[in-house]
Design a protein around this ligand. Structure first.
Ligand code: LLP
Length: 433
């Protein structure tokens, strides 16, 4: 469910006409719907209300300070994967003692910072990391809370770059070695065993792999609760979203595409609760995409229309540096013009960016309407892994971000300037003069 819709052919976010926002702030422009984020968060909360639980929003999906602030106000904890993400959460008003720190390569500096700030738990990925955390905690005169990330060897049936729960992935420790690693952790004097964690992948479109992973872990989790009196079991994130849907009936056929049924939070909870409730543990969730993905769009403007004997190219002012998902995962983002646009009688077209790479496309061989330079388009469901994965490639300043709440809109990230591009370098030129 989200609050983007077409009203007489014009795309709205809540009560806000997106054409007006694009004209006011320019493009590329990320726009988020505050009520969609709140609604997603509250629905997940409600679905798991029978359990003692904590939602730790995965900051990597979108780390804008204002969005983190609104999630913290809703009572969210945070799943962080770097010192930088912890810093952002704290600046945004989040609490360290509601943060879980994940990631395969935490540095000593990051570990020290997280212990000093008092994170709820480190999700640990290998023995060496246990030793490093133990040593740093000792130096600080503290006991560091830890959980081990278990790799259940389950196929999440998602894109191979975002599948994490198979043995050939770099993540977690196999169940066969889990007992041994927990015993080792228990012998390290500056660690406190607090929980157990798993995460099988992202954009998972069926509940089955989650159930498989949980079922595989259950006997071990029960044993661990007896042996080490752990507090929590984190089942990770990964619930997928729909990237193509009808915004209103009778919408132009070219932007509709068949899609798998999404997992609703209610269905997810109905299947997971019977397995998790009897454990009597606190259950942690680490959702990113399912909270923020469909709450954001990227607005772009058509710059040129180019034709060659093979194809028509609609060239827009956003590129793979602004939204890399199509280039990196061949991901599909539905494209919706902000205003009614007549159909194009001719061939299929590519929707491409200005970046100097052939991988810089949003759609290939798509039935795009008769777009003209100056027209605005929205790339839908770009709220997760959109802005956060953007780069300065081709010396392109990063996009601005706007949050819409009802009829009000707030700039939550200024558009970068060319000056911003050289800020960390320009003073250093002096050494060559
Ligand atoms: N917990 C852990 C340990 C994770 O590694 C991730 C995502 C999450 C939670 C959140 O997963 P989510 O609920 O958002 O699926 N850039 C890729 C997705 C990378 C996901 C990385 N880990 C994309 O654009 O599809």
């Amino acid at each position: 469910m989200h609050r983007f819709y077409l009203r007489e052919g014009t795309l709205y976010c809540e009560e806000q006409d997106l054409f007006e926002l694009a004209a006011q702030y320019g493009t590329p422009l990320y726009v988020y719907s505050a009520s969609t984020i709140r609604d997603n968060f509250r629905r997940l909360e409600a679905a798991f209300s029978p359990l003692n639980h904590l939602i730790c929003y995965a900051v990597k999906a979108n780390s804008n300070l204002s969005l983190l602030h609104s999630l913290a106000k809703l009572g969210s904890g945070f799943d962080i994967v770097s010192g930088g993400e912890l810093y952002r959460v704290l600046q945004a008003g989040g609490q360290a003692d509601r943060c879980v720190f994940a990631g395969v390569g935490k540095t000593r500096q990051e570990i020290q910072y997280a212990i000093e700030q008092g994170v709820y738990c480190f999700n640990v990925e290998c023995e060496g990391e246990l030793e490093t955390i133990n040593e740093i905690a000792g130096t600080l005169g503290k006991k560091a809370p830890i959980a081990i990330r278990i790799n259940p060897d389950v196929d999440a049936r998602t894109h191979r770059y975002i599948s994490t729960g198979k043995t050939h992935n770099k993540f977690g420790i196999g169940l066969d070695r889990a007992g041994e690693i927990y015993s080792y952790a228990a012998r390290l004097p500056n660690l406190q065993i607090r929980g157990i964690q798993t995460h099988i992948g992202s954009q998972v479109l069926s509940i089955q792999p989650f159930l498989e992973a949980i079922q595989k872990l259950l006997p071990f989790v029960k044993q661990l609760k007896e042996d080490s009196s752990i507090e929590f079991f984190s089942v990770g994130g990964g619930v997928g979203i729909v990237y193509a849907e009808a915004l209103e009936s009778g919408s132009p056929e070219w932007w509709q595409k068949t899609h798998p049924t999404p997992i609703t939070f209610e269905e997810y909870a109905a299947e997971l609760l019977p397995l998790l409730a009897p454990l009597g543990l606190k259950i942690l969730f680490e959702p990113g995409r399912s909270i923020i993905g469909n709450a954001g769009v990227l607005i772009t403007q058509v710059v040129q229309i180019k034709k060659n004997p093979a194809k028509r190219f609609v060239i827009v002012d956003s590129g793979m540096n602004d939204l890399i998902r199509p280039a990196l995962y061949e991901a599909f983002h539905q494209v919706v013009p902000l205003k009614p646009t007549p159909p194009h009688p001719g061939d299929l077209a590519d929707l491409v960016g200005p970046v100097c790479e052939s991988g810089d496309f949003f759609l290939q061989d798509a039935k795009l309407p008769d777009l003209k330079p100056g027209d605005y388009l929205a790339l839908m469901s770009a709220g997760a892994y959109g802005f956060v994965m953007s780069s300065h490639y081709n010396s392109r300043p990063l996009a601005a971000e706007v949050l819409v709440d009802g009829s009000r809109s707030f700039l939550i990230r200024e558009r970068e300037s060319w000056k911003d591009l050289i800020r960390a370098e320009s003073a250093l030129l002096a050494q060559f003069q």
